[in-house]
Design a protein around this ligand. Structure first.
Ligand code: ZN
Ligand code: ZN
Length: 359
């Protein structure tokens, strides 16, 4: 990951502002964000006003030196408070910030309290920093989106009556790995027929039937970032109500993407899509927010829901994913990732046509 020096500078100015002498970074997401190290959960960082360290064990010495050259390698168990305690003493650090939003209650007592220094909460530091992506991070998300789209196109011929939802999810995940994805961003959702009314219906043993709507929500993890996309297809002709619902969802998504104006908050853009759905009479069937930020985590800031108060700005990446879910009938969701460029939204998920598609 790039711009590591600039990120470290930002962390240090935060330390000065908060009157702290160092910060311990322990979540794999923020270790990756700051250092580029990908040995998930097996390294801890210490950043002081002058120095930066990565503590990891012998499984990762070579990897840490290659991926995180800006960090001095400290050999030891990342989970051991003794190693960190010694390092803090050597660096004369007596007050340290910690990721209070990312650690467990147990780790607080077992690790942080054992360090014998003054502890200060980092709160939203990394959430705020990660809100605005670097050009390299935007390119990485776009690449992850491309891998996922390529896999979907390859999987489409396999979506037919008689297959189970799990078989579709497995084929899609296989095709994403073959295309270059390191893993999936999250558990693949394949919800068909009346199961489509469950917004987060992970793939089940249900067999696809002619006439079913099939909602597929999936993502590729690549280069340290996630993609996230949803498409709803139909096996043959949908019933008239599902056809209507599909077109309302598509209209809501298009209205939100085209209706974006600089200065809008997440709540403002949510309202554009929600009004379209309400006017069509389906307001009560759109129970979730319009979208969410995407980056290292598949769900991060900004919040793009009725409660979203953050002004959307260039460099942010977020999803636009309206949906309508009618119990005992089915559901439709259409989701794309967008970023803000030249005062409008640019779609990062290049995928098959979003017009109603019958397979
Ligand atoms: Zn999704
Ligand atoms: Zn999403």
């Amino acid at each position: 990951m790039d711009n590591k020096i600039a990120k470290l500078e930002k962390v240090r100015s935060f330390l000065r502002e908060k009157n702290a002498e160092g910060i311990i970074v322990s979540s794999w997401q923020n270790v990756l964000y700051l250092s580029g190290f990908t040995g998930y959960n097996d390294a801890v960082l210490l950043v002081t006003n002058k120095n930066s360290f990565i503590i990891t064990d012998s499984r990762y010495y070579v990897q840490a030196e290659e991926q995180a050259p800006e960090f001095e390698l400290v050999k030891g168990n990342a989970m051991s408070p003794d190693v960190m305690k010694k390092l803090l003493e050597e660096q004369y650090v007596s007050s340290v910030m910690y990721e209070n939003k990312a650690i467990s209650y147990n780790d607080y007592f077992r690790y942080y309290e054992a360090l014998g220094v003054k502890l200060k909460k980092a709160d939203n530091l990394f959430g705020d920093m990660r809100l605005i992506k670097t050009p390299e991070e935007i390119m990485a998300v776009e690449k992850a989106c491309d891998l996922a789209s390529e896999a979907l196109v390859k999987t489409l011929p396999e979506i037919k009556a008689g297959k189970t939802e799990i078989e579709i999810a497995a084929a899609l995940e296989y095709n994403m790995r073959v295309a270059g994805a390191e893993k999936t961003s999250f558990e693949t959702i394949v919800a068909s027929g009346t199961r489509g009314a469950m917004p987060h219906g992970t793939a089940s043993k249900k067999v696809l039937e002619q006439g079913d709507g099939i909602t597929i929500d999936f993502g590729a993890f690549f280069g340290g970032v996630c993609s996230d996309m949803t498409r709803t297809f139909f096996l043959g002709e949908p019933c008239p109500e599902m056809r209507k619902i599909y077109n309302v969802v598509l209209e809501a998504q298009t209205a939100a993407i085209e209706g974006y104006r600089p200065g809008m908050t997440g709540g403002d853009i949510d309202r554009i899509a929600r009004d379209v759905i309400k006017e069509a009479g389906y307001g009560e069937y759109f129970g979730h927010g319009l979208g969410h930020g995407v980056g290292i985590d598949v769900h991060e800031a900004p919040n793009v829901s009725p409660k979203g108060s953050t002004v959307l700005e260039p460099g942010m990446i977020f999803s636009i994913e309206p949906g309508i879910y009618v119990p005992d009938l089915g559901g439709v969701r259409i989701e794309d990732l967008v970023t803000i460029e030249n005062g409008s939204l640019r779609i990062l998920t290049k995928s098959p046509a979003k017009e109603l598609t019958m397979l």
